[in-house]
Design a protein around this ligand. Structure first.
Ligand SMILES: [Zn+2]
Length: 363
């Protein structure tokens, strides 16, 4: 026995009522009392008709309770609490047949709102600038608390618990030394020796083919606490406007040279010659590398550069957060760079500078 009433079942029963009324012989009528929300009245139906006929006569079909979504009250379930039909207090089927003076009652189901659940989610900070000229402090994720409809997933409310902190150019008195075009059998070890003697760490932007030739130099760099940077596979200065396949070969190949030799994947990309376009930047981002430009070009690559010119470029242009470009490879003569390096470090330290990597933690 169905112990509850669905509106659809009621309508099906009503169809049976009409079929019954088309019969030729009309039996005697009976009076039954119908009670529903806002309604309590006597109606007359033919003897033998189902209770549905009494409800139709009274205009009381009842309604089922619905499950509604937490925010927009979208109907998730039309019959979560079905209407209940009784005759003299006992649950009956809409097709059951009342007798005279029965009390037919229909109690509406109640609408319900779905339960909610509360979740906490991380909110990513804004992205870092595509191309870094200054030492940049990483962003810090925030936290948001959301109340969600348990069934619908609707966001009922959200509240920021902790706002994310955007990345920013540091205002700390730091600089980041970067060395391009190594590793070099002639010069890299000498640069490392100066850095070690001064207790300073730097970033090395290396050419893939040279890493493949002398991976032990790159390993020494990492072992001494410095960081690696991708400077393409062949120091290709023609990547601006190049086809994607070429970018993958040079930028992807540069990174692969490190990992193929058991070295960590580089965190940075330095464009040879400084040539950049959107496709290059997107390729670099796709490799989870950060493109590095520079604030101070020591011009140690220029013909005629000497210790004094290199030092002057550093000291004239330095400012908090400056990324400084030097070379430990790519030229016949790097001794001026090495001589200037020790002096520059001493001067900068005397001015209160510390030495960091291009991307640092939020301070
Ligand atoms: Zn270079």
């Amino acid at each position: 026995m169905v112990a509850f009433l669905l509106v659809t079942a009621l309508l099906a029963a009503a169809t049976a009522v009409f079929a019954y009324r088309r019969a030729d012989q009309r039996p005697a009528q009976i009076a039954v009392r119908v009670q529903a929300t806002g309604l309590d009245r006597w109606v007359r139906i033919d003897d033998g008709e189902p209770v549905a006929a009494a409800l139709l006569a009274a205009g009381a079909l009842g309604h089922d309770g619905r499950l509604l979504s937490a925010k927009d009250h979208v109907v998730l379930d039309p019959r979560v609490d079905p209407a209940v039909l009784t005759v003299d207090g006992k649950r009956v089927d809409p097709a059951s047949v009342p007798v005279a003076r029965d009390v037919v009652a229909i109690v509406d189901g109640k609408d319900r709102v779905e339960p909610t659940r509360t979740v906490r989610e991380a909110v990513e900070p804004a992205a870092m600038d595509d191309v870094l000229v200054h030492v940049t402090e990483k962003g810090v994720p925030g936290t948001v608390e959301r109340v969600l409809g348990a069934t619908s997933g609707e966001v009922v409310s959200s509240r920021v618990i902790k706002a994310p902190i955007a990345p920013k150019r540091t205002d700390r008195k730091v600089v980041a030394l970067t060395f391009d075009d190594g590793p070099s059998a002639l010069w890299t070890a000498k640069v490392l020796a100066v850095l070690k003697a001064k207790g300073v760490h730097a970033t090395f932007c290396e050419i893939g083919t040279q890493v493949a030739d002398q991976p032990q130099l790159s390993k020494a760099i990492v072992d001494q606490g410095h960081q690696l940077c991708n400077h393409t596979l062949h120091h290709d200065e023609g990547l601006k406007g190049a086809a994607q396949a070429k970018l993958d070969e040079e930028i992807g190949g540069g990174a692969k040279a490190f990992t193929d030799h058991g070295l960590p994947a580089p965190s940075y990309y330095r464009p040879p010659g400084g040539f950049l376009d959107d496709a290059i930047k997107a390729t670099v981002r796709g490799q989870h590398e950060q493109t590095l430009y520079w604030k101070v070009d020591t011009e140690d690559w220029r013909k005629g550069a000497n210790t004094l010119t290199i030092l002057r470029h550093v000291l004239d242009q330095v400012e908090p957060g400056a990324i400084i470009l030097m070379h430990d490879g790519g030229g016949a003569e790097r001794q001026p760079t090495i001589d200037a390096l020790g002096l520059a470090i001493d001067h900068l330290k005397a001015e209160g500078y510390e030495f960091t990597f291009p991307v640092i933690a939020h301070s």
